[in-house]
Write a new protein. Structure first.
Lengths: 110, 122
């Protein structure tokens, strides 16, 4: 049972901006870093954002992360067809002493 | 180039055991924690277990604690997941992932992932 809640879906047309929320608690997002992973259907997950807002090399600056209190967000600007994927947030849970993933958001590029 | 290759998945009966492996190349294996993440068919990602770079500390999700054991052999650049008392709800693709640090804890990102190995409990 995931303790990080995401909207099940989001959509936009090419060029638009889409934002995905991730809601946690004081033991997860409230006291730890947030990570975001992208999974194109049929492929392996890919690290998109680490430590709330940092991008690994090779990830375009169209992707940005933010965190406030017990919630976090991932924004995708200049939406492209290859952004069509599932997106998962993740954070350490102090009460479980382990990571938890969010419920996942399917982004559809219309 | 970092490569992670999982193996050992298959079909097992409820209550049975299975050991899956992940062979790593392209980085100094002992310097990094390793993690197992699973994904049931059509479902989201679920963190399963992690092990510190030296192997001295392990972490488990509540759903597998007491049934699964993570271990590593740094001389073989391989991490293992021994699974016992398997249940239907353990059916999933099991991904091996490299942490971006030694510790395997809250500050770690999973920066490289393998292709996964399918475990079916039926």
């Amino acid at each position: 049972q995931s303790v990080l809640t995401q909207p099940p879906s989001a959509s936009g047309t090419p060029g638009q901006r889409v934002t995905i929320s991730c809601s946690g608690s004081s033991s997860t997002i409230g006291s730890n870093y947030v990570y975001w992973y992208q999974q194109v259907p049929g492929t392996t997950p890919k690290l998109l954002i680490y430590r709330n807002k940092q991008r690994p090399s090779g990830v375009p600056d169209r992707f940005s992360g933010s965190k406030s209190g017990t919630s976090a967000s991932l924004a995708i600007s200049g939406l492209r067809s290859d952004d069509d994927a599932d997106y998962y947030c993740a954070a350490w849970d102090d009460s479980l002493s382990g990571f938890v993933f969010g419920t996942g958001t399917k982004v559809t590029v219309l | 180039e970092v490569q992670l290759l999982e193996s050992g998945g298959g079909l097992v009966q409820p209550g049975g055991s299975l050991r899956i492996s992940c062979a790593a190349t392209g980085f100094t294996f002992s310097s990094y924690a390793m993690t197992w993440v699973r994904q049931a068919p059509g479902k989201g990602l679920e963190w399963v277990s992690a092990i510190r770079g030296g192997g001295s500390k392990t972490f488990y999700s509540d759903s597998v604690k007491g049934r699964f054991t993570i271990s590593r052999d740094n001389s073989k650049n391989t991490v293992y997941l021994q699974m016992k008392g398997l249940r239907a709800e353990d059916t999933a693709v099991y991904f091996c992932a490299k942490n971006d640090d030694f510790w395997g804890s809250q500050d770690d990102a999973l920066d490289f992932w393998g292709q996964g190995t399918m475990v079916t409990v039926s």
